[in-house]
Design a protein around this ligand. Structure first.
Ligand SMILES: Cc1cc2nc3c(=O)[nH]c(=O)nc-3n(C[C@H](O)[C@H](O)[C@H](O)COP(=O)(O)O)c2cc1C
Length: 160
């Protein structure tokens, strides 16, 4: 089984999980980087990121290497922004929609406590209910806990 972890992280929590999952599953990490970075401090951070998420933006991404043929399993990761998943993941999903058909899929999301309906929204956008596993964690890098580490391990075990 070969897995790819495709994720966006603005402040490190999602990438923290991506690194853990990659280590456990010996998976490749594919970080998504918007061409135009979202503001990462102050009022602008929440205003522009939240607006972009609510508008369903698909921001242009820096080039990345993703060969769908190489992977059986694709694991998606993103922060929750305004109750939905951060927009860079939307760009990726839209670009690779047909190539993702037939792949095993799972997803994890990081939030600060109010995930809203992120899972429902992600599944609806996928237009596919084949998510094998889903995980929601609260700021796992900023608020480390044994519980979070256990959840990450359980998520990975279920995907072996
Ligand atoms: C624009 C913006 C909107 C956010 N909206 C939510 C939200 O609706 N619910 C929530 O629980 N956390 C929200 N957060 C907090 C992040 O989801 C959370 O801190 C997450 O762990 C950040 O992941 P990252 O470090 O990988 O960027 C928001 C953060 C930003 C920047």
């Amino acid at each position: 089984m070969k897995a790819a972890i495709v994720y966006y992280s603005q402040s490190g929590n999602t990438s923290y999980v991506a690194e853990k999952v990659a280590a456990i599953l010996t998976a490749d990490r594919i970080p998504l980087v918007p061409v135009k970075a979202y503001p990462d401090y102050g009022f602008k951070k929440f205003f522009w990121g939240g607006k972009s998420a609510l508008m369903g933006d698909k921001p242009a991404l820096e080039p990345y290497a993703f060969d769908p043929e190489s992977y059986d399993l694709v694991i998606f990761g993103a922060p929750v922004w305004a109750g939905t998943f951060a927009p860079p993941l939307r760009t990726f999903m839209e670009t690779h929609r047909s190539a993702l058909q037939g792949k095993r899929m799972a997803a994890f999301f990081c939030c600060s406590g109010g995930p809203g309906k992120v899972l429902e929204k992600f599944t609806a956008f996928l237009a596919d209910d084949r998510l094998e596993q889903a995980l929601i964690l609260i700021d796992p890098k900023d608020k480390p806990s044994v519980e979070n580490e256990e959840k990450i391990k359980t998520f990975c075990s279920a995907l072996h």
